[in-house]
Design a protein around this ligand. Structure first.
Ligand code: GDP
Ligand code: IMO
Ligand code: MG
Length: 422
C-alpha cells in the first residue's frame, strides 16, 4: 500500500463508499478533501447500511484516523447530525476523527441561495442537491467565506456573520426569499461549533506527521470526474475539483507523495441531476429501478442510467492519471441479454474518439456502440476472478482495455465480501 487517491471516474455514485471501505482495511488514514454533504457514500457492514455525507467512510473501521481536510465545505449543523447518527449506531468517533480548522463553512444563506437560484433558473437548472455547495465555494473564491477557525472564536464569528447576513439578506430578498435572523443563525452555529470544537485541528500538520511515520493515507474522492468544476460538463457540475489534483490542494499533501490513483466506475453509467449523459438509455434505467437500484443516496432522486461509456472513462483515466480501475455493480447487468458499450461518439456526422469540451456538443453526441453478449447468470456469489462467467470476464477486460487502465477490483454486491481482487 502507500498513499492512494480514489476518484469517481464517471458522474458520481460509482460505489466509491464501498471501495473505500474495502481498501480502508489496508490503510491508516482516510481523508475527505473536497465537496460537502452533497456526497452520499453507502457502506454495508454486515446487514447494517450506513450512508456517509461528510464523515470519511473509514470511520466504520475502528482505529483508522479519519480527516475532513481543508478543501471540504462543512455544514456544521449537518455534520453534528451525522456524528449523532453514527454514535446512535454505536460507531465510535472520538479519538479518531479530525476536522480542518481552515475548512470553509456552509451557511444557511448558501442553502437558501442554492435553492432560490435553482428555482430562478427554471428549465436551465443544474439539479443541485440544494445543500448550498455552489454558493459556499463561491464565497470561498470571492474571499468572503467563513472558516471553521472563525466559528470557534465567538466574537470574531459574530462580527463576520453580522456582515455576511446583512449582505446575503439583500440577495435573498431580491430573489423573493425571506431574510435570515442573525440571532437564530448565531445560536444554532455556536451550539454546533462547541460540539465540533474537540475535533478541530491543523490537519495539514496532522497528515504530514502521519506520512512521516510511514502511515498510509487514502484520499476519499467525492462526486466524479464529469462533475469536476474544470473537467466536467460545465455548468452541470459541482463547485469543487473532484479529479485527482483536488486531493492535493484539498489536503496539503503534495503530488509527489501520491503513489497510486484508483478510478472507480460502475459497470454501466448513472447520473443524477441535469446535463448531458450521452449513453442514457431508458430500458436499462427501468430495469435497474425495478430492481430497487439507482436511487440517490443523498436526495433519493432516481438516477438516470445508461451504458458504459469508454469515451468518458478514457478521458477520466487521462485527467486523473488512473493507475487501476475498480468496477462496481457488475451484478446490475446479470439479466441484460445484450450489453452495449460506447467506443466513440458521432458528432455532426463525424466519428470522434475523445470527449468534446463543449457541453452543448457533448449533448449532441451520438454514441457509437460495440455490443457484448450478456452472461445471464447471477454473479453476486463470485469471490475470485475465475468464478465469474466467461462472458462477464470478457466484458470487464474490454471496458478496462478501452479505458486504458488495468482492473484491480471487481464488486458484485454492496457488502464487503462481495469483492474480487485481481
Ligand atoms: P458513492 O457515492 O460513489 O459512494 O456511491 P453511492 O453509495 O451513492 O451509490 C452506489 C450504490 O451502489 C450504493 O447503493 C451501494 O451500496 C451500491 N453498490 C456498490 N457496489 C455495488 C455492487 O457491486 N453491487 C451492488 N448491487 N450494489 C453496489
Ligand atoms: P457522491 O460523492 C452524484 C450532482 C448533483 C448536481 C450537481 C451539482 O455521492 O458521488 P451540487 O449540490 O454539488 O451543487 O450539485 O452535482 N452531485 C452528485 N451526483 N453523486 C454525488 O456525490 C454528487 N454530488 C453532487 O446531482 O447534478
Ligand atoms: Mg453517492
Amino acid at each position: 500500500m502507500a498513499n492512494i487517491i480514489l476518484v469517481g471516474a464517471q458522474w458520481g455514485d460509482e460505489g466509491k463508499g464501498k471501495i473505500i471501505d474495502v481498501l480502508t482495511e489496508q490503510v491508516d488514514v482516510v481523508v475527505r478533501t473536497q465537496g460537502g454533504n452533497n456526497a452520499g457514500h453507502t457502506v454495508f457492514v454486515g446487514s447494517q447500511k450506513y450512508v456517509l455525507h461528510l464523515v470519511p467512510s473509514g470511520i466504520l473501521r475502528p482505529r483508522k484516523t479519519c480527516v475532513i481536510a481543508n478543501g471540504v465545505v462543512i455544514d456544521p449543523i449537518s455534520l453534528v447530525e451525522e456524528l449523532d447518527g453514527l454514535e446512535r449506531l454505536r460507531v465510535k468517533v472520538r479519538g479518531h476523527f479530525h476536522i480542518s480548522e481552515t475548512a470553509h463553512l456552509v451557511m444557511p444563506y448558501h442553502r437558501l441561495l442554492d435553492e432560490q437560484r435553482e428555482i430562478a433558473k427554471g428549465k436551465h437548472r443544474i439539479g443541485t442537491t440544494k445543500r448550498g455547495i455552489g454558493p459556499a465555494y463561491g464565497d470561498k473564491a470571492a474571499r468572503v467565506g467563513i472558516r471553521m477557525l472563525d466559528l470557534l472564536d465567538p466574537e470574531r464569528f459574530q462580527a463576520i456573520l453580522a456582515r455576511r447576513i446583512k449582505e446575503n439578506n439583500g440577495f435573498l430578498r431580491a430573489l423573493g426569499a425571506p431574510a435570515l435572523s442573525l440571532r437564530k443563525v448565531l445560536d444554532a452555529y455556536r451550539t454546533a461549533g462547541e460540539r465540533l470544537r474537540p475535533f478541530v485541528t491543523n490537519t495539514v500538520l496532522l497528515l504530514h506527521q502521519a506520512a512521516r511515520q510511514g502511515k498510509n493515507i487514502l484520499f476519499e474522492g467525492a462526486q466524479g470526474t464529469f462533475l469536476d468544476l474544470d473537467h466536467g460538463t460545465y455548468p452541470f457540475v459541482t463547485s469543487s475539483n473532484t479529479t485527482a489534483g483536488g486531493a492535493c490542494t484539498g489536503s496539503g499533501i503534495p503530488p509527489n507523495r501520491i503513489d497510486r490513483v484508483v478510478g472507480v466506475v460502475k459497470a454501466y453509467t448513472t447520473r443524477v441531476g441535469e446535463g448531458p449523459l450521452p449513453t442514457e438509455n431508458t430500458h436499462i434505467a427501468d430495469l435497474l429501478h425495478r430492481m430497487g437500484r439507482e436511487f440517490g443516496a443523498t436526495t433519493g432522486r432516481p438516477r438516470r442510467c445508461g451504458w458504459f461509456d469508454t469515451v468518458a472513462t478514457r478521458h477520466a483515466a487521462m485527467v486523473n492519471g488512473i493507475d487501476d480501475l475498480a468496477v462496481t455493480n457488475l451484478d446490475g447487468l446479470d439479466t441484460v441479454p445484450v450489453i452495449q458499450v460506447a467506443v466513440a461518439y458521432r458528432i455532426h456526422g463525424r466519428r470522434c474518439a475523445s470527449m468534446p469540451s463543449d457541453t452543448q456538443l457533448l449533448a449532441q453526441s451520438e454514441p457509437v456502440y460495440e455490443e457484448f453478449p450478456g452472461w445471464m447468470t447471477p454473479t453476486h456469489q463470485a469471490r475470485r476472478w475465475r468464478d465469474l462467467p466467461p462472458k462477464a470476464r470478457a466484458y470487464l477486460r474490454a471496458i478496462a482495455k478501452l479505458t486504458g487502465a488495468p482492473l484491480s477490483i471487481v464488486s458484485v454486491g454492496p457488502s464487503r465480501d462481495q469483492t474480487i481482487f485481481l
